[in-house]
Design a binder for this molecule. Sequence first.
Ligand code: AMP
Length: 220
Amino acid sequence: MKIVLLGAPGTGKGTQAQFIANKYKLSIISTGNILRNEIKKKTNLGFKIEEFIIKGKLVQNSIIMEIIKNELTQKKYKNGFILDGFPRTIEQAEYLKRNKTIINYVFEFKLSEEKILQRIKKRKIDAITGLTYNKKIFNKNNFQANNLISRSDDREEIIKKRLTEYKKYIVSLKNFYMQESNNYNLLYYEINSENKIEIINQKIQNYLENKNINYKCKTY
Ligand code: AMP
């Protein structure tokens, strides 16, 4: 099963990626996490990447494609994967297609800009694992807060730039996958990220298991 998660920052892609990964024993490919790890290593490539990320800009396609190319050759993705944060441009989507990576499901997470800003202000990541937590989750699970930090690109002025970048590409990405869904059995679903995490978990599970589905997104 090969799944793509589309959605602006703060719409819950990372949280749902975790849920799908645990439930269906799939590995996650998060380009954002891979890039942040490269920055941590303080390599030349890392410095180059950081310049884009701290400005809220997308990292060059050539760098991202190289990362994806390396990832996809790994054995752990043999039975499928969840792509979180890739593709973000048509070139990236075309790259998957060219490499005969057949995507089975695309979930597009939708949330108003106002709610996105509220949520991102509250979120933290684990400095070691890169996993994202919102206030509610880390209170509930009694986390050791020591490792939890704010992302440097989660500042309001940067989030706004990231949202602008997202809006530049989402319509064409959606059209691309809509077109693909006419060509082969790819299913595209919109997810209302205003819902509670557990409700979204259930919805995604239903979609993946073809239960109670009364909606397949076909139009924009
Ligand atoms: P994310 O963790 O997915 O929100 O990504 C954080 C940042 O990494 C983004 O704002 C971009 O600067 C960069 N990034 C992540 N994935 C991609 C991608 N597929 N293409 C270009 N830039 C990316």
